[in-house]
Ligand binder design. Structure first.
Ligand code: BJW
Length: 232
């Protein structure tokens, strides 16, 4: 990684697949089992909150039983060592709502689509750590009103911390995309943004993504092999 100081790494569901967490669009993935309109839009939540809360309660429970894999561990090592080694900055932007990057020991992780282990009170706007089910309409620990929802970003909602992400992309010498299909914007557009801003672009995925033509370099295979190989 010669001449590279600042790196932005985008991760998607593929990095957690080998930890046993379902992806969305692979064969047998979550969107084959559930209708996106029903479980991942604000309209779906307004129509049938119980269905949506059950979907997220099930995933929140399951994710807590999963462990980081060698891909998360390799990125965490890179994250811990990068600034000492180079004086540069590294930011992991994840679309994933699991906490496997953090549990592997990564420090700089930005969850642009929210986090399973947070509940968001739509009444007082407080976020609280939440490990149990939400289905029983628990009251917000802050304001006492039963208006909690999973703190995740659904279609039609604004992903989190976009200014910070674009700020990091402007400084990036290298943009790396790992385990994402490139089907969902704005994350799918980061590669073009990074390229226009002068960064090198690298895709690490099981197969070419929808945006694969925008990458200057690519390696294909399971994340648990190709990510540690790239980091070494
Ligand atoms: C492996 C592997 C292994 C497997 N090793 N790899 C028309 C055109 C353009 C945009 C739009 C449009 N109509 C609507 C939009 C906007 C919309 C959108 O993009 N829609 C598309 C479907 C077209 N986007 C939005 O609404 C977003 N908000 C928004 O745009 O606000 C306005 C705005 C504009 C500009 C700037 C700022 C704001 C919000 C999107 C919210 C997405 N939410 C979800 C659910 C989160 C909560 C939850 O977990 O339930 O986020 S949907 C789902 O998709 C989830 C994921 O984060 C996201 C991306 O999925 P990901 O991670 O790529 O997973 P997969 O399954 O798709 O791919 C896995 C990949 O891994 C595959 O390639 C495999 O091959 C690979 N793989 N095993 C390595 N072992």
């Amino acid at each position: 990684m010669e001449n590279i100081r600042n790196i932005v790494i985008l991760t998607g569901a593929g990095i957690s697949a080998e930890s046993g967490i379902d992806t969305f669009r692979s064969e047998g993935g979550l969107w084959e089992q559930h209708r996106v309109e029903d479980v991942a839009t604000p309209e779906g939540f307004a129509r049938d909150p119980d269905l949506v809360l059950r979907f997220y309660d099930m995933r929140r429970e399951s994710i807590q039983t999963k462990q980081p894999n060698p891909a998360h561990e390799a990125l965490a090592r890179l994250d811990r060592e990068w600034s000492d080694r180079t004086g540069g900055n590294l930011l992991i932007v994840t679309q994933n709502v699991d906490d496997l990057h953090e549990r592997a020991g990564a420090n700089r992780v930005l969850h642009m689509h929210g986090q399973h282990l947070n509940a968001w009170c739509t009444m007082c706007d407080t976020r609280s750590t939440w490990r149990g089910p939400l289905i029983d309409r628990p009251a917000c620990p802050e304001c006492g009103v039963a208006a909690l929802r999973p703190d995740v970003v659904w279609f039609g909602e604004m992903p989190y911390r976009m200014d910070e992400i674009y700020g990091a992309l402007r400084q990036a010498d290298l943009f790396v995309s790992i385990g994402t299909s490139g089907a969902v914007y704005p994350a799918a557009g980061f590669v073009q943004d990074a390229r226009e801003l002068g960064a090198r672009t690298l895709e690490l995925n099981l197969e070419p993504s929808q945006g694969s033509r925008w990458f200057t370099e690519a390696r294909y295979g399971p994340a648990s092999h190709i990510v540690p190989q790239w980091v070494e």
